[in-house]
Design a protein around this ligand. Structure first.
Ligand SMILES: Cc1ncc(COP(=O)(O)O)c(C=O)c1O
Length: 421
């Protein structure tokens, strides 16, 4: 960091404090919002430093963040991109790239029915044939029995998501991949820090994607990361990230050619989904806060869970497998089928009381209007995803000490419950 950047610390801190005091970020409507700003002066200084030193495009701050993120995520290689969706996109295109020949266009890939849609779009854009697998309403992850029943002669891969930070049953997934010789990729955009039997999510398959959108576990404003354990695959991601341009590779030996200027040599096709140095500097500062964020999120969930447990007949928090360590992304709540009140009435009440709510991402993806355009998304029999669509919703979960807010949230729930049963 430039020496003089530090001189900005005090005025910037004053600016941030003032913005927090007048609450520029969130509409006054919500006292319990979906997300809150998790960055402070360190992140802003890192970004200002890049601007003032004229080093704004992908450079050493990106390399440093990648290196530290790989360690935190339990991997050897990390490649930063401009969003989690871009990370998913590059992983899908790497699968069908002739450099690796892992899959061929037209091969079938099994995908979750409840997830953020760009996980599915990326596979479709890469020419893979997607098939939706049902979702377990207890843990919001792929229904393992439906997953196995859908593996057919054309199935070559599984694209998992560890939704809301909840690790899938990796014993079963890995066993299925071995048994049927399937390639595994993992969307960890909501699950930084989650583990199964002590092993980090994103390291079970050939690659894992992460998102650093504003409301995620750590933020770089917008941003994403791919992790993988294979050097040659990591170089393929570097090529796909930036034009297919040779100069971006780390390990690959590039043969010189008499007729070719090495400065502009292209080894593969590629996009331009590079991050900026501002994003990467932000990310490194956020990583320093990360252990505290993770612990506080867990503490807040545990606290609120003790309230929800008193209403197990009406609603429940997403269930975590005994061998899994969940890295709670939010507070995902399911009403039970026996619950006497309607989800729509409950959510309208919560919103009216200043509690921001969301559906469990896209609900049953097969019910989204986009599916009318793509027959492969029209999967009729997804009872678990339907249950999540109809009975599930989520609230924010903040990485700050929040006991008084959680008490107020429990009291707000309680008032509705008392008048509705
Ligand atoms: C499961 C999942 N996958 C992919 C993404 C896409 O990430 P981004 O918003 O950074 O593009 C998200 C974003 O919220 C997500 O939740």
């Amino acid at each position: 960091m430039l020496e003089y950047t530090n001189k900005l610390r005090e005025p910037l801190q004053a600016l941030i404090d003032e913005a927090s005091r007048i609450n520029t970020y969130k509409p006054q409507k919500y006292w319990y919002p979906l997300s809150m700003a998790t960055y402070d002066v360190e992140e802003v200084l890192a970004a200002v430093d890049s601007l003032c030193s004229f080093r704004t495009t992908m450079w050493e701050k990106t390399a440093e963040f990648e290196c530290r993120f790989a360690e935190v995520a339990g991997s050897t290689e990390a490649i930063m991109v401009n969003s989690g969706s871009s990370a998913d996109l590059l992983i899908a295109f790497a699968l069908v790239n002739p450099h690796k020949k892992l899959l061929a266009p037209g091969d079938e890939i099994l995908v979750p029915s409840v997830t953020w849609p760009t996980q599915i779009w990326s596979a479709m854009m890469a020419g893979l044939k997607v098939r939706l697998v049902d979702t377990d309403p207890q843990n919001l992850n792929m229904d393992m029995n439906d997953l196995e029943s859908k593996i057919g002669s054309r199935t070559r891969a599984i694209s998992l998501v560890h939704l809301m930070g909840n690790p899938c049953d990796m014993d079963r997934v890995v066993a299925l991949c071995r048994k049927y010789d399937l390639v595994l990729i993992e969307d960890c955009c909501e699950s930084l820090g989650a583990k199964f039997r002590g092993k980090a999510v994103g390291t079970f398959g050939i690659a894992g994607s992460f998102s650093f959108f504003f409301s995620h576990h750590i933020t770089t404003m917008e941003g994403g990361m791919i992790i993988c354990g294979d050097q040659s695959l990591s170089d393929l991601f570097r090529l796909l990230r930036a034009h297919g341009w040779a100069r971006n590779t780390k390990y690959m030996h590039v043969e010189s050619q008499d007729d070719m200027d090495p400065r502009y040599m292209f080894l593969n096709l590629g996009f331009n989904v590079r991050p900026t140095e501002l994003n990467a500097g932000f990310g490194s500062a956020q990583l320093r806060r990360w252990p505290a964020f993770l612990a506080q999120r867990l503490q807040n969930v545990t606290y609120f869970q003790s309230y929800l447990n008193s209403h197990r007949d009406l609603m429940y928090l997403m269930q975590v497998l005994p061998d899994a360590e969940c890295s709670w992304f939010a507070l995902p709540i399911m009403l039970t089928p026996e619950c006497p009140f309607k989800k729509a009435d409950f959510l309208a009440y919560l919103e009216g009381q200043g509690v921001e709510t969301r559906p469990i991402v896209a609900g049953n993806l097969a019910r989204q209007p986009v599916c009318q355009l793509y027959p492969e998304l029209q999967e009729a029999n997804l009872p678990g995803a339907d249950a999540i669509h109809e009975l599930g919703f989520y609230l924010g979960l903040h990485p700050f000490e929040a006991k008084s807010n959680l008490d107020r949230l429990a009291e707000t729930f309680e008032q509705f419950v008392r008048q509705s049963i």
